[in-house]
Design a protein around this ligand. Structure first.
Ligand SMILES: [Zn+2]
Length: 341
């Protein structure tokens, strides 16, 4: 074994984008994992050996990121060690079921020549890990059959994919180059979650994925009372199902992140460490808000209001200017009502 492994940065669709990290200790506490037996490392990305280390390195990095938050989970919900199944069965799917993370391989119907491993994508690894982190700190939210809490779970997964990507300096540098000269709140390799998997799903059913990835955090979806929405809809409309509806909250979160980054750097070009820092700050505000947002039908509004409060401070890089960004975006998205002054 070499001393380091080189694995995907964010998604296999981002061809040529790799990151190198020390051999991960998956059994490290807190937030340990139980993987199938370790495999030798291979840099051949079509192999099970590569996928093993890709998943081990990504999940370790993601768990360490959430464990470093201002409100860290002490352990997973009900266990110190989370089971991980890297290739559980044939399906276009990945899943957190309350006890374990499961990844699959599958082909879109009619396209046996295309085989997608969900566990090959750091976006999907970090998404499922996000479910597990949220379940650790808020076990009352998981799988409740209530649209806004189920949708928030999906959003938290996509937010986990976004924020974990912001912790890789090489990725930050690449996405800042990609977006140079335009608003960071735009379509980018950061905003596009799970491009490879989304392309496979779209071949089966265009309603199941956005046009350029699974779910794009750069969107302009607005909150609407789910009671007035259909359960399914074309991908460019919001439907009253958790994956579709999640894009309203994720879209607001990404818009705020871009606004906070712009505020931080002023008229300077953002550097990798600026984006990395904003990723940590957004994580902490979100985790603190989850201390205060009660379970209920209007959960989006509850979390958003708590994030607006947390963003005011005290704490470094918080205060009225930051709070105004949170407030304005959540109001514009109709997630919270305008403040009565
Ligand atoms: Zn999910």
């Amino acid at each position: 074994m070499p001393g380091t492994v080189t694995v995907w940065e964010k998604d296999p669709a981002l061809v040529g984008r790799f990151t190198t990290a020390p051999i991960p200790d998956v059994a490290k506490l807190p937030l340990a994992f139980n993987f199938p037996a370790a495999r030798p490392y291979s840099s051949d990305k079509s192999t099970e050996d590569f996928r093993y280390w890709n998943a081990a390195s990504t999940l370790r990095r993601a768990a360490d990121f959430w464990a470093a938050s201002s409100r860290p989970p002490a352990e997973w919900n009900g266990t110190a060690v989370l089971d991980v199944y890297l290739d559980r069965d044939v399906a276009l799917q990945s899943k957190y079921d309350g006890q374990s993370l499961s990844f699959y391989h599958g082909s879109p119907v009619g396209h046996p020549e295309i085989v997608v491993y969900s566990g090959a994508s750091p976006d999907l690894l970090c998404h499922e890990l996000g479910h597990a982190v949220l379940d650790a700190i808020r076990p009352d939210l998981f799988d409740r059959g209530l649209l806004e809490t189920d949708a928030f779970h999906e959003s938290f997964g996509d937010i986990s994919a976004l924020l974990c990507a912001t912790q890789l300096p090489t990725f930050c540098t690449a996405v800042l180059q990609e977006t140079a000269g335009r608003n960071f709140w735009s379509n980018s390799s950061l905003s596009r979650v799970a491009e490879q998997f989304g392309a496979a799903l779209r071949m089966e059913d265009p309603e199941q994925a956005d046009t350029d990835c699974l779910r794009n955090a750069w969107n302009d979806h607005f909150y609407a009372d789910p009671a007035g929405l259909n359960n399914t809809a074309p991908a460019d409309e919001v439907a009253a199902n958790p994956h579709s509806f999640s894009r309203v909250f994720t879209g607001a979160f990404f818009e705020i992140l871009a606004g906070v980054l712009a505020l931080k750097v002023g008229n300077q070009a953002a550097k990798a460490q600026d984006l990395q820092q904003v990723g940590c700050d957004m994580r902490d505000i979100l985790m603190e808000a989850l201390d205060d947002a009660p379970f209920g039908q209007n959960f989006y509004a509850a979390v958003a209001a708590a994030m607006v409060t947390a963003s005011a401070g005290p704490g470094p890089r918080r205060g009225p200017a930051v709070q105004a960004i949170f407030q304005n975006v959540f109001v514009r998205r109709k997630i919270i009502a305008p403040a009565i002054v």
